[in-house]
Structure formats: C-alpha cells, structure tokens
Design a protein around this ligand. Structure first.
Ligand code: BG6
Length: 496
C-alpha cells in the first residue's frame, strides 16, 4: 500500500515509555518485600553480565518522585511499569504486605498528578521465589490460585485509578529462556516442562482477564507479546514453508490462545507426536474460550528469517549451531545437538537477514518489519494494538559538557514511529506506543552498558556512582514529537 499522505495519529494516542520492576526499582529486600526468582537467579555465578543484579538497579523505589517529575516535564502521556509480585505478597500468596501496595498506589498517584496515564503490568518475570520453591512455580496449577489472589488485590486497590493493564510480559521469551535455554529462572532445559508451564501460564492469563472484567468493568486488559514477523530467506517454496512454520511456532502458538482461546493445530499435533504436548482438559479449553483480551500488547524489536532445515540433514543442524547468534537474543536461538529432537528442528532454521543492519548487540534493525508486524497481527485478530515496547539498546556516551548525544536512538525511533504511522494509515487500529525505556535500566543479562532510556542514569556495572538522572538528546526529541502528536514524523518520499 502506498499513501500520498499519511493519516494523523489518533487524537488521544498514548505516547509513552516503559520499564519493569526488577530492572529499575532496587530496594530488593526493603519494606517487607520477599525474594523473587530473579533475586536468586542473578546471584548464580556466570548467569549475568559481570554478575550484575537488581539489588539497587537504578534505585527507582527511592527516586520515583524525581522520575515521575521528569515524565511530567517531558510531557509523557503514558508510563508502563510492572508490579513486583513479592512486594505485595512476600510469600507469593497469603499475607499481604501493605507497604508494598502503598508504594504502587503512591507511584500511580504521582503519575496521575503529572498527567501521566499509568499502564500496569502484572507480571514482568519476577515470580516470588517462595512459589518456585513450594510449587515449582508455573509448572503447578497452584500458582494460578496465587496469581489470582495477587491480581484481585491489585484490581481492588488500583482498579479505580489505572485503566490499562497488562497480564503477562513476553510469555514466549520468559518460558523459552527459563525452561529451555537456561538463561532465565528457573534455569532449565526441558521442553516438556516448558510446555507444561506455558499452558499453566495461559490458564493464569485467562483467569486474570476474566477476573478483571468482573472487577474493573471500565478498564482494559491484554497480554504483551514479543512479536517478530517471520520472513522466508528466499522465494523457494521450501523456504516459504519454513517461514510459515517459524510464524506458527514463534508467534501463532501463543497468539491464537490469547485471542481465540485455541491451541493452533499444526504445532499441537507436532508436540503430541513428540509426546511433549501439554495436557489440555475440557475445563481448560472452556476457560481459554471464555476469556478475551481488550487489546493486544506488542513488544517489537525485530523479526526472524527462516530457511528450510531437514532433520535428516545433520550438517544443517551443526551449521546452525556454529552461527554466531547472540546468546541473549531469545528470538533467534538455535537448538544444540541434544535438543535436536526439538519440535521445530525439522521445520525451519533461523538465518541472519542480509538486508538488515544490526545493533551493537547483534539485533537486526528492521522498521519496515514493524509495519509488517502490526499489519499481520491486526489482520489476524482484529484487536486494537498497544505497542508496549520498542527501542534501541546502545552504548551511550556521557560527554564532558554533561550531555548525551544519542542520535542513533533518535534515528531508530523515528524510523519505527514512521512505519507505525504508515500502519495506522493502512488501517491498523492502535491505542498507543511505549518506547523502551524511560530511564536507563538493568538489562536482564547485559548489565548497565546496554542502555535504552530517554534519561541517562549515571551508574555502571562497577559502581552505583551518584545515580544522577540526565535527560538525553532523545528526551527532547520525544518531547517535541508528543507535543505535535507525531505530525512532525513524515515520509520524505511520499509527502510534499
Ligand atoms: C524485552 C523485555 O524482551 O526486551 C525487557 O520485556 C527487556 O524487559 C527488553 O529489557 C530488552 O532486552 P535486553 O536483553 O536488551 O535488555
């Protein structure tokens, strides 16, 4: 589709920025907070870059007023944050920690006072450690009951103040990294357990949405999915088929459950053949069918390119291993030889896309893929889309004059916002866009070097320094964009 002129962004479009509790808050055992699985996992030697952890992070817990004041100064319309479950329920269930609850209410009040719409994520990966120990976390249905209690407490307390809610952040990423690649808690490599946990999380997601609709009828809720469109490496039908399989395994497997309440047939059949499919009871099916999200949250960083891979061709599997994909890129990970029985090995192989530049961490930069993503997801499910993450992780330089000239980030975001504007012009219905992230924060596995924020935080892996907040050049760029509601984002090629 070509457009002479692009549509304007909707009048109340929510321009925002996002974060997650573990990556910013610090205060990891203050005011009654219990440990989360990330508090323990990050302390296992060799798991994170330079053994970094979120004990202090960027100290948002103590500096939230200063951070929200900066949001107000910037003119941010929305801010997506997550609640640390173990601040509310230190044991994961049972006794409520009022101080934790009060912290989030104060944070929300502060946002509202500065004209910032809160978007609350219920689960951004930091499961209470107690639930992991007691029940094996998401592998047990008992964790669904605990999650329901946690949700109920938050819906009751904040349902009148927070309109937008996200259930799970990137279920595709945290289940694969945690149960398959041993790079997130619970640090496992077991496909059967991964699919079991994934099913339990699907049920928890459905329960949370149903409860929300009863308790907060005026609010809107949906999951945030890490979506990357699958491209074929060539027009060879075998490669096109490989990309179809990639799309099914990497995206549809989750999205159909969220939006249609069904497990997609091709993947399910494959898992059943390999005897690693989750057990779905009639009651589970009914529950999944009964819950419908109000919007779909999409986190977009990049897609993936796929070519045919045949299990009988061992060479292929070995070569796949040799490719230097970043060990922290969940979207492009390759099975090793022990995992050669993996369900997708006979179906597709990820390759690097020769047409795309990469970030300093090897992530492909693909703004057009963003438009493809928004189009594909909207065409299939017809739900309004809220982009809950998109951004560039880069090394930023604090100049001698105290400024941060992050032109690379501005260029990245500008191109993505332009493609989003084109997708809206194509007909995609959108609620808002949250850049990742507001302040710099702890990258789960990459320490503090990989920065995403509009606001620089003066700390690194070695020292917490003074944790000073310094708006980067991109802060002022986004401020202007929001002031103009994106009218200044234009396609030079088609607009006069
Ligand atoms: C998303 C997560 O997967 O990507 C964020 O929801 C994360 O929490 C972001 O920080 C960027 O990933 P990374 O590994 O570069 O920090």
């Amino acid at each position: 589709m070509y457009h002479q002129k692009l549509d304007s962004f909707p009048e109340k479009f929510l321009w925002g920025a996002a974060s997650a509790a573990y990556q910013i808050e610090g205060a990891f055992k203050e005011d009654g907070k219990g440990p989360s699985v990330w508090d323990t996992f990050s302390k296992i030697p060799g798991k994170t870059f330079m053994e970094t952890n979120g004990d202090v992070a960027v100290d948002h817990y103590h500096r939230y007023k200063e951070d929200v004041a900066l949001m107000g100064e910037m003119g941010l319309k929305a801010y997506r944050f997550s609640v640390a479950w173990s601040r509310i329920l230190p044991e994961g269930e049972g006794k409520v920690n009022e101080k934790g609850l009060q912290f989030y209410e104060d944070l929300v009040d502060e946002m509202l006072a500065h004209g910032v719409e809160p978007i609350l994520t219920l689960y951004h990966w930091d499961l209470p450690e107690a639930l992991q120990e007691k029940y094996n976390g998401w592998e047990s249905r008992k964790t669904i009951q605990a999650f329901k209690q946690y949700c109920q407490i938050l819906f009751e307390r904040l349902g009148g103040k927070v309109k937008y809610w996200v259930t799970f952040n990137e279920q595709n990423v945290f289940t694969s990294m945690g149960y398959r690649w041993e790079t997130h808690p619970p640090n496992l490599s077991n496909l059967e357990r991964m699919f079991t946990a994934n099913h339990v999380i699907n049920l928890a997601n459905a329960e949370a949405i149903n409860l929300f609709h009863k308790m907060v009828p005026k609010g809107l809720i949906g999951p945030s999915f890490g979506y990357g469109p699958a491209y074929p490496s060539s027009a060879r039908p075998e490669d096109v088929l490989a990309a179809e399989n990639g799309e099914e395994f990497n995206n549809i497997w989750w999205l159909d459950v969220y939006c249609r309440g069904i497990y997609p047939k091709f993947v399910m059949k494959q898992l059943q053949k390999l005897k690693i499919a989750p057990e779905v009871t009639a009651a589970d099916h009914e529950l999944l069918q009964s819950s419908k999200p109000d919007f779909l949250g999409i986190n977009y960083y990049h897609g993936g390119t796929f070519q045919e891979n045949r299990i009988e061709n061992k060479q292929n599997a070995k070569e796949a291993q040799k490719k230097e994909f970043s060990a922290i890129d969940p979207y492009l990970m390759q099975p090793n030889e022990e995992q050669a029985q993996s369900p997708e090995v006979p179906m597709f192989q990820s390759i690097s896309n020769p047409y795309l530049d990469k970030t300093e961490w090897g992530w492909e930069i693909d703004p057009v893929g963003f438009r493809v993503a928004l189009r594909r997801v909207y065409a299939r499910y017809g739900l309004p889309i809220f982009v809950t993450e998109n951004g560039l992780g880069a090394i930023d330089q604090l100049e001698e004059d105290g400024s941060i000239q992050d032109d690379v980030r501005i260029a990245y975001l500008e191109k993505h916002v332009l493609e989003m504007k084109k997708a809206i012009t194509d007909g995609v219905e959108m609620i808002g866009y949250c850049a990742w992230s507001f302040t710099d924060l702890l990258s789960w596995l990459n320490g503090y070097k990989k920065r995403y924020g509009f606001v620089y935080v003066n700390r690194d892996e070695e020292s917490e320094k003074d944790l000073k907040r310094i708006p980067k050049k991109s802060f002022y760029w986004y401020q202007e964009l929001m002031k103009q509601n994106g009218a200044n984002i234009m396609d030079n090629e088609v607009e006069e």
